[in-house]
Ligand binder design. Sequence first.
Ligand code: SF4
Ligand code: SF4
Length: 216
Amino acid sequence: MSFHDSSEALDRILTEHPEVEFVQIALNYYDWDSELVQSRRCYEVIRRHNRQVIVMQPVKGGMLAQVPDGVRSEMEQMRPGMTPASWAVRFGAGLEGVIVVLSGMSNLQQIGDNTSYMQEFLPLSRQEQDFLKKAVEVMKQSKTIACSQCQKCDAACPKNIHISDILGTYNTIMRQREQGLDVNVELNYYRPLKRRQHGGDICDGCGKCSEVCLIQ
Ligand code: SF4
Ligand code: SF4
């Protein structure tokens, strides 16, 4: 099955449905630790249930093919000739239990790129994995709202609104819009996030979040 919800919901489904052989999830290095898409948590649930994984959105709808210049040049230094998209696909393809990585390719050049490095596949080294964590931080700096995701506001909110996740989602969508990419996938995840947590619609404007925020 193809799945777009929380790791808790996935755990429940796989417990109740042993007939499921594999799960297709959005999995990429940008969303690995995000509260919105929960790539890592969903992946870990699937593996705990001994099922196999099909990766979708490895390049996050094209967003990870267009990384900031500094990230791109470091990638080029570490792996000359390998595109940013190849780094993103290799991240998913190197994980244990992944049987297919679905990469949305729109032209012959992209097919050529993908097939070139999958023929003699090299999983990411530890150093490359560490580099991608730093690359995500860099990507999150070039954003619309300079939120550091410190979560102080979440703890201060008497309405239990998860402000940091909402701002993080907003920033990602703004980055995708800047690149002319489709934001509908992100919104698919935002709906379940709102179901799990309180959304901004119940905010009464008390201002307690602003009092603790260092970026105001
Ligand atoms: S306190 Fe400010 S910087 Fe920290 S998560 Fe909230 S909005 Fe972001
Ligand atoms: S203004 Fe008050 S209710 Fe609204 S998000 Fe901030 S702390 Fe929560």
